[in-house]
Every structure is written in C-alpha cells, then in structure tokens.
Write a protein that binds this ligand. Sequence first.
Ligand code: AMP
Length: 399
Amino acid sequence: MHKMKILVLNCGSSSLKYQLFDMTGEVVMAKGLVERIGIGGSIVKHTKGEDSTVREHDIQDHAQAIKIVLDLLTGPGTGVIASLSEISAVGHRVVHGGEKHAKSVLISDDVIKGIEECVPLAPLHNPANLMGITAMRKLLPGVHNVAAFDTAFHQTMPQAAYIYGIPFEYYERDRVRRYSFHGTSHDFVSARAAEILGRPLDSLKIVTCHLGNGSSLAAVDCGKSVDASMGMGTSCGVLMGTRCGDVDASVLLHIMEQGVGASELSDIIHKKSGLLGVSGVSSDLRDVEKAADKGDRRAKLACEMLYRSVKKYIASFAAVMGGVDAIVFTAGIGENSDLTRKAVVSGLEFMGAKIDDAKNNGLRGKEAVISADDSKVKVLVVPTNEELLIARDTQRLAK
Ligand code: AMP
C-alpha cells in the first residue's frame, strides 16, 4: 500500500491537467497539461522532473487526450512507470457535487448519476469532469476512480449561510442556494496552517483567502467551512480577474432591461468584469498593479476595490465565527502579491491582525507566517495544492 501511485485528473471543457503522484513521500513523478481538446491545434505539455516535452496532436475528445497522457507516462523518454498496472487509483477533480457529496467518494454508477444530476448547476464543468471519468473507467478497467468535489468542503455551512433571501421554494424546487467552490484548496490550506502553527485544527478559527483568477474566501471554524464568499455560481464574492464579485441584483435587472439577454449578461459578469472591467487594462493583477503604479486611475481603483472586498469578507467572517486566530493567503495573488496582502491586512489592527513588512515584502510562493510577532491573529501564506489533497483522498478511499 505504501507504494501507491495515484493519477490525478482535472478535466476542463477543452483542457486536461494531470499529475502522477508516488504517495511514498508524496512526490510528483510527472505532470502536464493538454489544451485545445476538440477545437483543433491541440497541445500537450508533459513534464518529468526538469524535462518538459511539448507536442502537437489533433485531439478530438477527452478519451483521446487521456490515452495520449497514459502513453506519455509509460513511453520511452517521457515515461515514469513501466506499465499502467502501476497506477493504483485515479482521482478526479469534480466541480459540483450538489448537496449529495460532503466528501470525496469512490466512483460508482450511482455517483456518476449524481454528478450528471448536478450538470444544471455546473453546465460547463461537470460534463467535462464526467468525460474524464468515463474515459478512465474504459481505459483502466478495474482501477478505482475517486471524485473530489470543489463544493464538498462547504457542505458543512449552516442553512443561514447558504439560503438566499428569495422565496424558499427556489431552494426546495430548484436547489438555488450558496454552494461556493475551491473547497479542496480551503480544506488543504486551513489544515496546513494549523500544522505550521503547531495547533490542533479543531481549536482554530481561520479565514482562508484563495485569491487567484477566480477568488473565494471561507470561514473555517474548527476545520469546518461555516461560510464562504462564492455562491450558487462563481461570479459573486470578492472582485476577481474577469468576474464581478458581489453586485446588487437590481444592477443585473437594470442591464437586462436595456435589452441584454441572459447569455450576454453571463459574458459580462463572468468574462468582462472584475479587474479587467474596472481597470480596462487587464485581468492579470500584475499588469493592473503596474498600471496603478504608473498613475492609471482606473487601475488604482480596481486594486483598491479588490483589497477592500477581501478585507470586508475577512472581518465579516471573523464576526460570523466570533473571532479569528489566523488569516491564510493562497493561490496566484495570495501567494505572490505582497501589495495585496499588506493592503488587505492594514486596517485590521483593531481586531488584532498586523503584518510584519520584513516578512511579507518580496515573499512569493512560499509557506510563511507573515504577521508581526505581537499580532494576536496569525497571518500566513500557504501555497495551495489541490492535486495533493485529491491524491490523498484517492489513496485513502481506494485502499
Ligand atoms: P491563479 O488563478 O491562482 O493562477 O492566479 C492568477 C492570478 O495571480 C493573476 O491575477 C496573476 O496576476 C496573479 N499573480 C501571480 N503572480 C503575481 C505576482 N507576482 N504579483 C501579483 N499578482 C500575481
């Protein structure tokens, strides 16, 4: 059992990311990315140690992409295992588990049916995840597949956190409620933060800030998510790269009343808003920070909106939990933008959080405690590793 090798797959609508773990020591043996599946000009990037191979293929579907990945994992030069029989189990990132799944599960026909039932809740993602699962079951029959859901960690939220203030029948009939996402990331970094602090997770109140292209915060009380900033979909909460964050429903009605239909509105709130929409510069915070530094007023405004929205969620989640012991930053922005971390935490001294500039400045992509020694609330940077958490769950369930 100690020699388990676990393949982790993350299937997007036209992409596939994979990592093969040797669970002895939890090392990544190989990883890669397949892009442009089914849209022509597909590219496969496979990395083994320091060596990367980039190949162009014409890949029609996820089954073909997975076949190519399996060939790369065993092939001459690119391979890291002698045969596919060395793969003990496969873990799949699945976006939506609805209310059925509060944990990762071993995949059965019944689980597949459940994922299908959640397609209306995640119309872009769940079908792609299902394609990966179906292909894997065919290509490696007899190997266990595990689903790890983005929504699962947040299933511990109390009803008061997840019901919207609209007629209750929308929840009962259409499952309209807050689900929130990035669950594996919030789970991973909150547990890791407790380890770094040397304190039991079940004694800590933590606010986890997953700030990347898509961003969400979670209130993690004693290891359980009790509130989170994303909702039924992924556009709400804090300002994101191209997603709007919290917007008054009346704003959306106003836009629709101007003749904008549902699919165009979806484009506006998911692809044209956020840092990009406000700054007009870019969805990438690095570009926006640079423009702001050069005096671009809208870029500066977009940064300020991001910082303010994160700060507001931290304080409101502290209120929800009746205190906070640690604030954790993760994902692209959280791990790399010292400016964001500084701006978000400054002003939170009233609740006992103070950053140590010497520890924060220039810190990128590394685990660290960045609060001042006398800060009551610990502030940490913890690089997220959703794949590793999926691999661990897969190992545990496949045993
Ligand atoms: P992710 O979706 O987790 O890959 O995060 C992507 C976001 O992280 C983008 O907005 C990037 O601009 C941001 N990011 C990455 N590196 C840095 C950096 N050094 N400074 C500021 N933002 C960064």
